[in-house]
Design a protein around this ligand. Structure first.
Ligand code: ATP
Length: 381
């Protein structure tokens, strides 16, 4: 008890700047407008986000949501209309990019084609006036880190896309920045290489301990690599959380739709208890759903269910929702059954395939659908 009181007192004695020092990047009330008058575009509405030291933090959202703008403001390539960007508690708003202890890896790598791998990696250090012997040591360390020692004398124009990406990473990490910004760095790579580089990036981040701020529109990339994710839409951050929180407890309908797949069913609320609501689906069936903010009895809501949280029964069981299978799509690891409720609402059920499993249902078949206990949710729009 005493311990708690002490902590509260310390927190009260700290200035906002002291509190901000614990964060690698602390963004407060950040706004960015492009253009003026009727041509004005609000790229960032009012962003507040604190990124911890050593964190792999991802900005995730659809094209045009403002991710790159936020990254560019942190890097110093552009200036905010309003708000603050604190780096370990210090306001860096007026520092030019090269004075910020921050580096950026771009989608197109931006390597120097006429230089070797080693020269590229050492370039930033040379610009900083680092002594030659130290540059050589650091370049050797970086080559080891990205496992490219055997290619150190190769011109970068003679490297594969994946190898070029490693050089770009090594070059950005060489000056040991406090924060590394990564703007969709894997999007030019093919699927398999992208998967390998995802694991590689995570390894580099934990091995170097540098804070990574990663921008992507690819939810799978965000889920597999990040410590925390900020989901963005239309210049605002809708939710910040661990991949698990974002996937399993999406705060809004947009987040549930953007991260993973979801089924959305229109319904009317019959009764509300503490954290659950009893609803009647437009298709007529009853269902219990968890709620974060209790809805009004009689109000119209949307119930959200993940495709892996439902099961189809050939012979409907008591309490099942009647559905008709419209399509079965085999994906190797699992099969997706597209179904339709009595009111025409579509509902996809994902079933994991056992060894040698064959497709269980065919289009036109009438079956029962049950939703896993606790899996249905009512979300804010
Ligand atoms: P993408 O994934 O397509 O790169 P994004 O989420 O990174 O998208 P931003 O590039 O940050 O989005 O753009 C946010 C909004 O600001 C968009 O509406 C965009 O058109 C606008 N915008 C960005 N840069 C400028 C600029 N220099 N002048 C005018 N509008 C801009």
């Amino acid at each position: 008890m005493k311990h708690e009181t002490d902590n509260t007192m310390i927190a009260e004695l700290q200035t906002p700047q002291d509190q901000s020092r614990q964060f690698a990047v602390d963004v407060r009330g950040l706004q960015k407008q492009f253009g003026v008058g009727s041509a004005a575009v609000t790229a960032l509405a009012n962003i507040d986000v604190a990124i911890a030291e050593n964190e792999f933090f991802t900005l995730l959202g659809p094209s045009g949501c403002g991710k790159t703008t936020l990254l560019r403001l942190i890097a110093g390539f552009d200036f905010p209309t309003d708000g603050q960007i604190l780096l370990h508690g210090d306001d860096i708003a007026l520092l030019p990019p090269f004075k910020r202890p921050i580096n950026t890896v771009f989608q197109n790598y931006a390597l120097f084609a006429h230089m070797t791998v080693a020269q590229n990696i050492g370039f930033g250090l040379k610009m900083l006036g680092t002594p030659k012997a130290e540059i050589a040591d650091r370049v050797a360390e970086m080559l080891r880190l990205v496992q490219m020692e055997n290619l150190k004398d190769r011109q970068t124009s003679q490297l594969s896309g994946g190898q070029q990406q490693r050089v770009a990473l090594a070059r950005a990490l060489a000056p040991r920045p406090k924060v590394l910004l990564l703007d969709e760095p894997l999007s030019a790579l093919d699927y398999k290489l992208r998967k390998d580089m995802q694991i590689e990036l995570k390894r580099l981040q934990s091995q170097t301990g540098i804070t990574f701020v990663f921008v992507t529109h690819d939810q799978e990339e965000a889920l597999t690599m990040s410590d925390r994710i900020a989901v963005m839409s239309k210049g605002a951050i809708l939710q910040v959380g661990t991949p698990n929180e974002i996937y399993n407890q999406p705060a809004t309908r947009f987040v549930a739709d953007f991260i993973g797949e979801s089924n959305f069913l229109p319904a009317v609320v019959d009764a509300v208890a503490e954290n659950t609501a009893q609803v009647t689906l437009a298709a007529g069936a009853g269902l219990q759903a968890s709620v974060t903010a209790p809805p009004m009895v009689g109000s119209g809501v949307t119930v959200v269910v993940r495709p892996e949280h439902a099961t189809l029964h050939e012979i409907p069981e008591p309490g099942d929702i009647a559905v008709t299978v419209t399509n079965a799509v085999f994906f190797g690891t699992d099969t997706h059954y597209h179904t339709e409720l009595a009111d025409g609402s579509p509902f996809v059920v994902r079933e994991q395939n056992a060894v040698g499993a064959t497709t269980r249902f065919v289009a036109g078949q009438k079956v029962g659908l049950s939703v896993t206990q606790g899996a249905a949710r009512i979300l804010r729009d």
